[in-house]
Design a binder for this molecule. Sequence first.
Ligand code: NAD
Length: 400
Amino acid sequence: MSTRSSRLQGFYQLPPLQRREQLALWAELDEDDLAALEGGLSLDAADTLIENAVGLYALPFAIAPNFIIDGRELLLPMVVEEPSVVAAMANAARLARSGGGFSTGSTESVMIGQVQLLDVPDPALAAERILERKAELLAQIESLHPTIRRLGGGPRDLQVRHLDDTPAGSMLIVHLLFDARDAMGANAVNTAAEALAPALETLSGGRALLRILSNLSDQRRAWASCRIPASAFTTDAFTGSEIARGIEAATAFATADPYRAATHNKGIFNGIDAVALATGQDWRALEAGGHAYAARDGQYRSLSEWRLEGDDLVGWLELPLAAGVVGGLTRIHPTARLALKILGHPDARLLSQILAAAGLAQNLAALRALAAEGIQAGHMALHARRSVQQHATQSEHKVK
Ligand code: NAD
């Protein structure tokens, strides 16, 4: 795969079926794979997925070329209905190539399961007791998920938080940290949290109510960065550093202002969701985690950072990304399986890193366009002011 270049020049100019042929050659797709591009899911499969299914709902499946992620040439599968998102992604990936592409990383696949304990008589004592018995409690649920355990995952840690002043009074919250390996892990974590609850009730003297995963999976993060020479942004109308400075100032706006941050982060999710949908991810879970993380210091802010370092524009995006490549839709949907094949069958961590790169690429494309428009408007205003001045001077001359 590394010998193939993802720089597919002119791909966008081909008719869809020729693009498909080029993709088939590039990703070594067979007849069955290609059949999955005709919709994929059967009505019978849909009926096993959700309740009351009566049909199927199709969306466009596209390819964003030009990506290099950690030295790997990649074509990114995208499912999205919004015009310009795929083109923006391809353009941003091409820009990032000029700096070597994206570098990415991730934590282990550690999810959080929450157990809510009510009516705890002495929360401080209960917390102490639970933490004292941590090893024993974790051991109790160790064998619940043999496959995940065999793969080196399973329960990792317990944390206790006291919410002393909620509208329903004081409550003790126990976090179960659980490594779900290649699964998104919702089912595994929920089962583990449920299994843990009776022992927590006994130790705390309280009553367990909710036992469910948190979508703010901040122990399971992925990040992506890129370093692009500012000169790569040069156009006929603008210098590269004008655009790069515009991108930096636009990000500062989104860091300081939630109204801007919401749109800035929506742009990031244009990229993440499209790849997430193509690969069969629970995109609501990814959205919930990302937006909650964006507000982690009490104010909702930009998820990404862009700054000029010397002559380079450097971008960074980090967020919770609970991606899975086993279970859920990835087990059932032929097109999702095909998307994972196009990506070279990544494990869950690598997929989360690809999603982070997709988010950063889409963010770059949006900021570049906005910055250029703003600079363009600034130039026009300056031009208009100059013309008015010139006109005034000429008129003065005439009067004189
Ligand atoms: P799952 O239960 O379908 O699959 C996970 C199972 O796959 C594991 O328990 C394990 O037995 C097996 N497995 C095989 N190979 C594995 C590997 N390499 N690594 C890990 N496990 C492996 O899926 P899940 O990931 O537990 O749950 C995901 C589903 O739960 C999604 O469809 C999601 O929409 C849904 N869900 C989400 C929420 C939420 O986000 N709040 C809540 C409930 C359900």
